[in-house]
Unconditional design. Structure first.
Length: 708
C-alpha cells in the first residue's frame, strides 16, 4: 500500500503526515510499476536502512583485458551479468585483490595455494604489464576510505580527508573486510569445520577479537606469574635446606661452647653473647635494607610523577578549552606538590635533614654498633684468655662463619619471597580468569548458534560443544608422554575422557592439575616417594611406575605450554530435511549445503558479500526462498553477485545491474562494461532479456510451451 494524506479536513492538517519511500532510478511510471512488483524491496513505510559498510566505487587505471575501468556501486544489491568471458569474474577478482581478501583454505592449504596462483596469474597477465593501479572506495559508518593497490606492489590507504599512507594487507583486511567466494566455492566449503566456524564467528568478529586480545594478554601474565611461582617454590625449598643446616650449626656451636672448661663466668657469658650479637646484626641488616628500599621507591615514584600530566595537544579542544586547561592545571599542581613531598621524604636519608626526620633511626643503629664493637673487644680478650681451648674456639669460629653465611642467604631469600608476594594465590586467580575468558567466548558463540538455528529459511541447526576440539592438545600431550614408555592408548584415553566430558574445559583443567602435581614432584628414591592423588590419570590407566616416569620427565615449563593451549569450541551443524527432521550437515548434498550457507550469509549483518555465480552452488528447487531472503538482506549487507540466473537478478530485484560484453565482438575477446543501471531503465531491461533470457522471442516461446 502506498500511503496518502487524509486531506478531508478544511485546514489540511494531515497533509504530508503519512510518508512512503519508493526506490527508483528515474521518476517514471515504469519505475513505479517496478516498485509495486518488488514492494518488499522497493517500498517502505519507515526510513530505509542502508548497510553501514559498503563499497562505493572500483577504479582500474588500465587492464589488458578490460582496459580502464570505473564502476560506481549501489549500497545494496549489485548484479554483474554478461556472457562467459566478458569480465564479470575479473571485476570481482580485481576488487578482492585490492582489498587483500583471502579465501577460506582447506586444512592442508591446497585451495588457498591454487587460488593465490590463479589470482597472481590474473594480476601478472592483465595489470603488471601496464603498471596498473586499482582503487576501491569504501564507506564505513559514512567515513570514506580508499585503498590503492599497485600491481608493482605498493599498498596505501586513505581515511577521510587524510593523505594516503602506507599500510599492510592485514590493515586493509581489518578495516575493510569483505566476505567473498569464487565460482563453486560456496558448495565446496560446506563440510569444512574451519569455514563453518566462520559462519558462527563472523557476526561477532569484533567481540571475538577483543576477547582474543585479552586472552593473549592473559597468556603473558600467566607466564610471568608461573615464573614467580616456580621461583617461590625454589626459594622455599632452599630455605628449608638452609633451616636444617642452621639448626645443625647452632646445636654444634652451643655444644662446643658448653665444652669450654676453666673459663671464668664472665668470659663464658661474653662468649655466649656473641651468638646474640650475630642474631641482632641480622636484624640491623634487615632494617638497613628496608631503608634503602624505601629510598629507591621514593626515587622511582618521583621519576614516575615527572611524567604527569601527559603531553596533550589542547589545540584540538575548541568547545571547552578553558575547562580542559583548568583540569590540566589542577593535575599539574597536584603532581608538583606530590613530587615536592616525596623529594622531602627522600632527602630524609641524607644529612643534615636526616638528623631531624630519621634521627632516631640512624642514631639507634650507631648506638647499637658502638655496643657491638665494645662486645667484640671483650670477646677477643676473652678468647685470648681461653688460649687453652684454641682448637675448640677455632671450630666455633668456622661454624659461626658458616652460620653467618647461612643467615645472610636466608635473609636474602626471605626478602625475595616477601617481594614475590603471594604467587600461588596470584597464579590461581589468573588461571581462573583464563578459564572464564574461554567460558565467555563459548557463551558468545552459543548465542550465535542459537540465532542461526532460530532464523527462518536457513534449514540449519547449530549447537556448540564447548572446548570439544582437542586436536590442538593431542600432539603436545603426546610429546610430553614421549620417552616415558606409556602406551599411546592411554594418552588417547585421557584425551577421549576430556572430549566426551559434559564440560570438556573443566575436564581438561582437572587433568592439568593432576599433571602439575607430577611436574612439581621431586623424586630421589622411588621407594620412599609418595605419589600425589591424580584421579584423572588413574582413570586413563596409568600405573604407579608410569606416573613416576612421567614425573621424572615432565618439566613445569612443558606443563605451562599445555595450560596455555587453546581448546577450540566445536560447532556442530545439522541440515533440516523437513520439520524436526535433521541430518548431519556433511551428509546433505552440496546444493543443500550451499543454499543453507548462502541464506545465512544473506541474513547475517556483516561486510559486503561478494560471490561469483552463486547459482552454480544452489539447489534450484528452493531458489525462491533465496530470492525472498535477498529482499531483506539488502538493508543490512551490501551484495555483489556475478550471475547468469535471471531469478537472482530480476526476482531478487538488483538495485544496480552491470552488463558486461566483449570488447571485440567478432572474436569474443576482451571485456568491457557495456551498460549500468536499474531494471526500471528500458535499456537495462532489454539487456537482461537478451543476456539472461536468450532474447524476448525465446522467452515467449518458453512461456507458450509451459502453457501459462
Amino acid at each position: 500500500m502506498i500511503q496518502t494524506s487524509d486531506n478531508r479536513s478544511r485546514d489540511f492538517a494531515d497533509l504530508g503526515k503519512h510518508v512512503t519511500w519508493i526506490k527508483w532510478a528515474e521518476p517514471t511510471a515504469e519505475a513505479l510499476r517496478q516498485a509495486c512488483l518488488a514492494r518488499h524491496s522497493r517500498i517502505a513505510h519507515q526510513p530505509p536502512k542502508l548497510p553501514s559498510v559498503r563499497i562505493t566505487a572500483l577504479e582500474v587505471s588500465n587492464s589488458k583485458f578490460l582496459g580502464p575501468l570505473a564502476l560506481d556501486l549501489n549500497p545494496q544489491y549489485n548484479a554483474l551479468i554478461g556472457g562467459r568471458g566478458t569480465g564479470k569474474s575479473t571485476i570481482l577478482e580485481y576488487c578482492r585483490w585490492a582489498l587483500c581478501d583471502q579465501p577460506p583454505a582447506m586444512t592442508n592449504g591446497t585451495e588457498l595455494a591454487d587460488f593465490n596462483k590463479r589470482r597472481q596469474a590474473l594480476i601478472d597477465n592483465t595489470l603488471i604489464p601496464l603498471g596498473a593501479t586499482v582503487d576501491v572506495s569504501f564507506l564505513v559508518d559514512e567515513v570514506p576510505h580508499v585503498v590503492r593497490r599497485k600491481a608493482a606492489g605498493d599498498l596505501v590507504l586513505k581515511i577521510g580527508d587524510a593523505a594516503f599512507q602506507a599500510c599492510t594487507e592485514e590493515n586493509v583486511r581489518d578495516l575493510l573486510p569483505v566476505r567473498a567466494y569464487s565460482q563453486k566455492q560456496l558448495s565446496a566449503v560446506g563440510a569444512r569445520i574451519e569455514e563453518l566456524r566462520r559462519f558462527v564467528h563472523a557476526p561477532v568478529r569484533a567481540e571475538l577479537a577483543a576477547l582474543d586480545e585479552k586472552i593473549a594478554s592473559s597468556r603473558i601474565e600467566l607466564r610471568s606469574s608461573f615464573d614467580k611461582l616456580q621461583r617461590f617454590r625454589a626459594l622455599t625449598a632452599e630455605l628449608t635446606a638452609h633451616e636444617l643446616e642452621r639448626s645443625s650449626l647452632t646445636e654444634r656451636i652451643e655444644k662446643l661452647k658448653a665444652s669450654l672448661k676453666g673459663l671464668s663466668d664472665e668470659d663464658r657469658a661474653i662468649i655466649a653473647r656473641q651468638g646474640v650479637y650475630d642474631a641482632e646484626e641480622r636484624i640491623i641488616a634487615t632494617f638497613e635494607r628496608d631503608a634503602e628500599n624505601a629510598k629507591t621507591a621514593l626515587s622511582s615514584s618521583i621519576a614516575e610523577l615527572t611524567r604527569i600530566p601527559s603531553k596533550v595537544d589542547l589545540k584540538v579542544a575548541t568547545e571547552n578549552a578553558d575547562a580542559l586547561k583548568a583540569i590540566r592545571v589542577a593535575l599539574d599542581s597536584w603532581a608538583k606538590d606530590a613530587r615536592s613531598a616525596l623529594g622531602s621524604a627522600e632527602a630524609a636519608f641524607t644529612e643534615p635533614i636526616a638528623a631531624k626526620a630519621l634521627g632516631s633511626f640512624f642514631k639507634g643503629i650507631t648506638d647499637w654498633r658502638a655496643k657491638r664493637d665494645a662486645h667484640r673487644k671483650q670477646y677477643d680478650e676473652a678468647r685470648k684468655r681461653a688460649a687453652a681451648h684454641e682448637e675448640t674456639l677455632r671450630q666455633i669460629t668456622v661454624l659461626e662463619t658458616r652460620l653467618k653465611e647461612i643467615n645472610q642467604f636466608t635473609d636474602s631469600k626471605n626478602e625475595q619471597i616477601h617481594r614475590l608476594g603471594f604467587p600461588e594465590q596470584d597464579f590461581s586467580r589468573l588461571r581462573t580468569a583464563w578459564i572464564q575468558m574461554f567460558g565467555k567466548r563459548a557463551e558468545l558463540l552459543e548465542g550465535q548458534c542459537a540465532k542461526l538455528s532460530a532464523t527462518d529459511n536457513t534449514r540449519l541447526r547449530a549447537t556448540l560443544r564447548r572446548a570439544a576440539d582437542v586436536e590442538p592438545i593431542a600432539e603436545h600431550l603426546k610429546q610430553v608422554f614421549r620417552g616415558t614408555k606409556i602406551a599411546s592408548t592411554k594418552t588417547d584415553a585421557l584425551l577421549k575422557a576430556v572430549s566426551d566430558a559434559a564440560a570438556p574445559l573443566d575436564a581438561w583443567h582437572a587433568a592439568l592439575s593432576d599433571l602439575l602435581e607430577l611436574a612439581w614432584l621431586k623424586i630421589e628414591d622411588e621407594a620412599t616417594t609418595t605419589l600425589p592423588s591424580v584421579p584423572r590419570l588413574d582413570a586413563a590407566g596409568l600405573t604407579n611406575r608410569e606416573k613416576m616416569a612421567l614425573a621424572r620427565q615432565l618439566e613445569p615449563s612443558a606443563w605451562l605450554e599445555l595450560l596455555l593451549l587453546d581448546l577450540k569450541d566445536l560447532p556442530i551443524f545439522e541440515y533440516r530435511v523437513r520439520d524436526e527432521d535433521f541430518i548431519a550437515f556433511q551428509d546433505a548434498s552440496p546444493g543443500q549445503q550451499a543454499t543453507a550457507l548462502l541464506s545465512i550469509l544473506l541474513l547475517q549483518d556483516g561486510p559486503p558479500l561478494v560471490i561469483d555465480q552463486p547459482e552454480d552452488d544452489l539447489n534450484m528447487k528452493i531458489i525462491s526462498e533465496v530470492v525472498a531472503t535477498l529482499w531483506d538482506a539488502k538493508a543490512h549487507r551490501q551484495i555483489i553477485f556475478a550471475s547468469h540466473n535471471a531469478n537472482l537478478v530480476v526476482n531478487g530485484d538488483a538495485e544496480l545491474v552491470v552488463s558486461c560484453d566483449y570488447r571485440t565482438t567478432t572474436t569474443e575477446s576482451g571485456g568491457k562494461i557495456k551498460l549500468t543501471g536499474a531494471i526500471d531503465i528500458p535499456a537495462i531491461k532489454g539487456e537482461i532479456t537478451e543476456v539472461m533470457e536468450g532474447g524476448i522471442d525465446a522467452f515467449k516461446l518458453r512461456q507458450q510451451k509451459y502453457g501459462f
